[in-house]
Design a protein around this ligand. Structure first.
Ligand code: AP5
Length: 296
């Protein structure tokens, strides 16, 4: 009858919940349990801390009435703030910062690097250095960069993987700026077992980005980023030596933006649960405060 059917369903639900709770219980003290989702669209396992800490596949299975122990395995992971991680030398933070061209990635990386002592790796800077040094990679990348197009995945993936394997990155943690920009690049990181702790996404509308691109200037001596209107140089001496990137024209910025919009949602879907969206339209210090909050 109805009453016994409802009692049965209630009992099964409670058992499922109990199974989940007991699986979570032995997590080390201070550690937040996180489920390892085996269904991520990148094709490899990735962390998910979504609603109620459940990976969506697991939510689906539970809602279909499957028992908890039949769903994907539960793995205990420590979800720590960046400052906690800094204190724990064994788990240095690994952060990806993404956003459209001129959304402020480089500007914020200067501050994040100073605050947390992470190794800052900008694929744009690495490629520009390679072009300048006329290396094989530089020669392969040059034309694409000049046109504002993405450099082919096979040119960039190897350099990034090699750089992340170096000892300074392993010891201090890293801040990856401008990579991955395609699903292929995200998949390559995951396949190499490189899993970020956190992904930060700076959101800025396109028209604001164009204004930022055309007004950007760089100090070749210090590497500092300026903007003629929003972050003008401190002295005439600095102003006199500022340079402009060859791809910082409105025309090329529109090509770069197009590439960004084409690929970004696939990249985002690889990092569900560890991605934080930050309003990049605010002044630099406010954006930084928001980023810090996301890292807590
Ligand atoms: P890259 O150098 O990475 O260029 P990008 O992604 O287009 O990013 P930007 O460096 O232009 O901007 P940003 O977000 O760092 O902004 P910034 O802080 O400087 O890549 C260049 C090229 O290399 C690519 O086009 C591609 O060809 C190739 N490439 C690189 N990585 C690749 C990859 N993974 N795969 C394939 N190809 C790759 O700020 C911009 C301006 O705004 C500055 O003037 C700044 O002062 C100002 N500003 C910053 N924040 C604020 C704020 N809050 N308010 C007001 N102004 C601000």
């Amino acid at each position: 009858n109805d009453l016994s059917r409802h009692t049965y369903i209630l009992r099964r639900t409670m058992l499922s919940l109990l199974a989940l709770t007991s699986a979570w219980a032995p997590a080390p003290s201070g550690a937040m349990p996180i489920l390892l989702s085996a269904h991520m669209s990148c094709g490899t396992a990735a962390l998910s801390t979504g609603k109620a800490g459940l990976a969506s596949e697991q939510c689906d299975k539970l809602s279909m009435g499957m028992r908890a122990e039949e769903s994907v395995p539960i793995v205990h992971r420590r979800r720590s703030s960046v400052s906690q991680m800094m204190a724990d030398a064994k788990t240095p933070p690994k952060i990806i910062i993404c956003g459209a061209p001129a959304s402020g990635k480089g500007t914020q990386c200067e501050l994040l690097k100073e605050e947390y002592g992470l190794v800052h790796l900008s694929t744009g800077d690495m490629l520009r250095a390679a072009v300048k040094a006329e290396t094989e990679v530089g020669m392969a990348a040059k034309g694409y960069m000049e046109r504002g197009e993405l450099v082919p995945d096979e040119v960039i993936i190897g350099i990034v993987k090699d750089r992340l394997a170096e000892s300074d990155c392993k010891e201090n943690g890293w801040l990856l700026d401008g990579f991955p920009r395609t699903e292929e690049q995200a998949k390559a990181l995951a396949a190499a077992g490189i899993e970020p702790t956190k992904v930060l996404y700076l959101q800025v509308p396109d028209e604001m980005l164009i204004e930022r691109v055309v007004g950007r200037r760089l100090d070749p001596e210090t590497g500092k980023i300026y903007h003629l209107k929003f972050a003008p140089p401190e002295s005439d001496e600095v102003a006199a030596r500022l340079t402009q990137r060859s791809d910082d024209t409105e025309e090329k910025a529109r090509v770069r933006l197009q590439a960004f919009h084409k690929h970004m949602s696939a990249v985002e879907s690889c990092y569900i649960g560890i991605i934080s969206y930050v309003d990049g339209t605010k002044p630099k210090t406010e954006v930084f405060a928001e980023l810090q909050k996301s890292l807590e």
